[in-house]
Design a protein around this ligand. Structure first.
Ligand SMILES: [Zn+2]
Length: 342
């Protein structure tokens, strides 16, 4: 039956027009409504959304099922209109369309090597670690100095694709976000009111044959925080041990976007480094052992890529193209070498 193909398993529960579910939303405001009416409707929508989901909480696509109809990414904009904005994150970066910008010089990382020992927490969406705010970044065409606030990760299912950003359509197994805010702000809420208030450094991971010893403190801690709201103390770590060596951080992409979770605030200067961080399959798998609030495996913790809507993506001077010309030279030299008689 052809029609069956288009019926979703949850059709009767959520999409049927005849369904008189108490969770149906009123029709969108018509253009004739006054601003006040629109405001009331928006407020009503937001409160209904909260009512229908219990906590007003959001979820990733992997958490959605007929039995658990949580607010998956395509519905995030119903509670947060920001999530339907024109400058959302993550995005797919098409490298041949990126614009080279010589002003994207290497970053200056301050106190990134200083160790700290803060709790690591399963917050129901990810694992997160607060960072003492004395670690700062500057340079790299940032308008000012930004201080680190926290870091967290996004991953797939059992080491499969799980990064938020993709490069030429390739999704890496995991992505690290080190969240920074302008140095003079006291908290993230204030920083998010500034369109350039937040700077996130994003790093991709790649599967390696051997374990990354520098990640052992985090990997070991995961066992103790499998359940939502679980937290444990992390043995002493530094931000620099989690990311590639500074000399390998000169190639990166830059664009303006948003937080990748609700409220999706468009206040983020994004930097995505080209060089990935190696982790063994065993280390990647450890993240899929974590649990969401409902006890299901915490997997697929990424938002799908969002439309670029005409935004420009820039690349630093040292990125992609230099690497390709080096490879080309190497190939020519090798070919010439091979053609020489012994
Ligand atoms: Zn993130």
């Amino acid at each position: 039956m052809l029609i069956d193909k288009y019926e979703t398993p949850c059709k009767n529960a959520i999409t049927s027009e005849k369904n008189e579910s108490p969770c149906r939303f009123p029709a969108p405001a018509s253009p004739r409504r006054s601003n006040m009416q629109q405001l009331i409707v928006s407020a009503l929508l937001a409160s209904l959304w909260t009512l229908c989901t219990g906590s007003g909480d959001w979820c990733y696509q992997t958490q959605f099922s007929c039995a658990h109809q949580c607010n998956a990414p395509e519905k995030w904009n119903q509670a947060n209109s920001n999530c339907g904005g024109k400058s959302q994150s993550p995005i797919n970066i098409v490298t041949r369309k990126t614009l080279k910008d010589e002003r994207l010089t290497p970053f200056k990382f301050d106190n990134y090597q200083q160790t700290f020992s803060n709790p690591i927490k399963n917050n129901g969406h990810s694992v997160q670690v607060a960072v003492p705010q004395t670690r700062t970044i500057s340079g790299g065409q940032l308008p000012t100095t930004y201080k680190a606030v926290q870091f967290h990760l996004h991953w797939g299912t059992n080491g499969g694709p799980g990064s938020e950003h993709t490069i030429d359509g390739e999704q890496y197994p995991m992505e690290l976000h080190i969240v920074h805010m302008k140095q003079h702000y006291a908290d993230l809420t204030t920083a998010l009111a500034d369109p350039e208030g937040v700077a996130v450094l994003g790093f991709f991971y790649e599967r390696s044959n051997s374990a990354n010893k520098k990640y052992e403190p985090i990997i070991n801690a995961l066992k103790s925080i499998k359940n939502t709201n679980g937290n444990t103390s992390l043995s002493s770590i530094s931000l620099s041990q989690l990311i590639p060596a500074e000399q390998n951080l000169t190639s990166y992409y830059r664009y303006k976007g948003s937080l990748t979770t609700p409220g999706c605030t468009e206040a983020v200067i994004w930097t995505l480094f080209e060089n990935p961080i190696p982790l063994s399959m065993e280390q990647l798998l450890a993240f899929s052992e974590l649990k969401f609030q409902d006890g299901k495996s915490m997997v697929g913790t990424f938002r799908p890529v969002q439309p670029l809507n005409g935004r420009k993506v820039y690349r630093s001077g040292g990125a992609v193209m230099l690497a390709s010309s080096t490879l080309l030279m190497l190939a020519i030299t090798t070919a010439l070498g091979f053609s020489q008689p012994n």
